[in-house]
Ligand binder design. Sequence first.
Ligand code: GLU
Length: 469
Amino acid sequence: MTVRVRFAPSPTGMFHVGGARSALQNWIYARQQGGVFVLRVEDTDAARNRPEWTEGILSALDWIGIERGSYEGPYFQSANAEQHRAAAQKLYGLGRAYYCDCTREQVQARTGSQYQGYDGYHRDRNLGPGEGRALRFRTPDEGETVVVDLIRGEPTFENKLIEDFVIARGDGSPVFLLANVVDDMIMEISHVIRAEEHLPNTPKQQLLWEALGVKPPIWAHVPVVVNEKRQKLSKRRDKVALEAYKDEGYLASAMRNYLMLLGWAPSGDREIVAWSVIESEFRLEEVNPSPAFFDEKKLRAFNGDYIRALPVEEFIAACTPWLTGTDTIAPPPWQPDEFDPDAFAAVAALAQTRIAVMSEIVPNVDFLFLASPLVDEAAWAKTMKEGAAELLDAAIVAFEALETWDTDPLKTTLEQVGAERGLKLGKTQAPVRVAVTGRTVGLPLFESLVVLGRERTLARLRAARVRLP
Ligand code: GLU
């Protein structure tokens, strides 16, 4: 059997990290089995679809390594509308579906106050087709539907508990359950690997496969992704858009490694591993069926580890879009001609150990490229207190007298300025740092002063001094 899997997102907004996880699992499974990965955009809900959302999905997939041109598709569900209708009619012709014009209220009135599902009212009433009449699938009265699921064993559903569900609406349009099955048939999908949220649909869909006379696929329902409160990740409450992580400066390599840890782990207690290791070690059958915790804090730390592991030239290359404002959501605060790649290269290794996401590179180095630093006023108020003016005066004089503008002499000199006032180096550094960089935290001070240079450092110390009483 040729393995053919598909990823079938609905373009109804942002691209969910849980979707990205399922896409990667499908992708790896296909490669391991020498199979084919198909991308199908489920765009039949016209009111909720927009072309730019489809484009968003394609570029998000690209970003995590599922590149355009390397898979079959994208196909669009809307292109198969005729086949969906034909399948609905085939089921009607076979006597496996019947028309029904009951409103929910009518069913409710018959079954009691709470709507518990359809009561089968039109099962044997032979209502013909007509405007406003939905087609319902006639589920078997007896027996069980056993779903073969690579992750969950054999979830079994009693057929009599499955209501006669709608397969085509009153306007004739087939519903998702049927369209999705028909597409999988057309695309000869052998394995449906998708999120656990769809498990309740599966017995219904399997019954459709059987009724249409085609062998159902093998299923694998991968775990739901939850937040720290064990709630399903929701776009209203949680940061779920893959794009948001990209925009903040998560590395694609870190992101896809982390996504693969949702419900699975490589051998030997490792978490950070090369993609090739994941590709060879991942086993769909080993995915834990329990909800998977998407831990944003852990992902952040994980990304920091990935950043630190980059060779410095690659780190510089990864920073470049942020520093030049190319393809990032936030342009840097300096003008393009103010950016100095050599100055950046001189501090890159220092910055690399300090950031967890790429966007943080900008506030760490902006003091190097702006004519005057962006002053964090809270930091200024906290640092430029009594004694700061006099300390800056002393630092200016001492720095002016330096013969060599380098880290060691700068440090020794400032240490001495502090010692004369009974201050430890940390306390002495603080006003100098705020004067020069505008912030209380950042790259190591003396290395920063060396790269900034004598003239600019002194000019900033003098400018800060002028601001003080
Ligand atoms: N379009 C469905 C979704 O985005 C996918 C259903 C499936 O994978 O079968 O949830």
